[in-house]
Design a protein around this ligand. Structure first.
Ligand SMILES: [Zn+2]
Length: 266
């Protein structure tokens, strides 16, 4: 099954919710302008990192993947019936270049299967960005996943939506812009589906609940078959179906992920 795209880049900003509208965020705004998106992408419940990243990478709700922060921090994931998108791509494409650059390293060690043969790296958001850009230019990966963490840390420390939180979100937006530039420099932008989103938002200095600020996140995607300026309907658990559809990789029989309505013209 041939895909529409040779490459997919998925950048997740932990704890970003849909707060980008409240701060300077030219890179996210450019994705909305050049592609399709929504501010009402529903994440999983509870609105906690492992639960939500798990849904984004596995395509099922937390009660199915069973991941929690303490589990991903101490155990390896490997449910055969519920593979991550990395494992699905690996099974379809033995030679695919897959990479994950996660500031919160339990995603690398506790969600992504070790036998999916994914290039893994970790570090603070800024250092990670430099490594990601070099990696993209040298390797032109089939699928690259990024998790930035500084925004969520700022939310817990200073409050979600606070001035310092929003400054952090603007900085993350800048990292996102550098990654898009790297895709351009690598000469693969025409053949790349580029997605940016978040795992959850936050309220006060925490998250986990069901308030709008916690459960709705932004989602924006740009690619040659993505209609410009349109609104997409999806949940975070649908994202792996978008990735699989773009690359032409069969999805999992057991997931709840659906290709987002309005994302692709094809
Ligand atoms: Zn999180």
């Amino acid at each position: 099954m041939a895909g529409t795209y040779k490459h997919v880049v998925l950048v997740g900003i932990d704890g970003a919710g849909n707060f980008y509208k409240k701060t300077n965020s030219p890179s996210i705004n450019a994705l909305f302008r050049e592609g399709a998106g929504t501010d009402r992408c529903l994440t999983s419940s509870p609105t906690i990192s492992a639960e939500c990243w798990g849904s984004m990478l596995i395509g099922v709700y937390p009660e199915v993947h069973g991941l929690t922060n303490s589990i991903v921090e101490t155990e390896k994931y490997g449910k055969q019936d519920h593979p991550t998108i990395f494992k699905l791509i690996r099974e379809a494409r033995p030679d695919a270049k897959l990479a994950a650059f996660c500031n919160w390293s339990p995603i690398n060690t506790g969600i992504i299967e070790s036998d999916a043969k994914v290039y893994l790296d970790t570090g603070d958001d800024e250092a990670l960005t430099d490594k990601i850009c070099s990696y993209i230019i040298s390797n032109r990966p089939d699928f690259l996943f990024v998790q930035f963490d500084s925004v969520d840390t700022a939310g817990h420390t200073f409050g979600y939506g606070s001035r310092k939180y929003l400054e952090c979100l603007s900085a993350a937006d800048g990292y996102l812009g550098k990654i898009r530039d790297a895709v351009e420099k690598a000469g693969i932008s025409d053949d790349t589906l580029f997605i940016a989103t978040a795992d959850h938002g936050g309220f006060g200095q925490s998250h986990g609940g069901d308030s709008d600020a916690e459960k709705y996140v932004f989602f924006a995607a740009v690619g040659k078959t993505v209609p410009k300026g349109t609104t997409v309907e999806l949940e975070v658990k649908d994202i792996p179906a978008a990735v699989a559809h773009a690359l032409g990789v069969p999805g999992s029989d057991n997931w709840s992920a659906r290709v987002p309505v309005g994302l692709f013209a094809d």
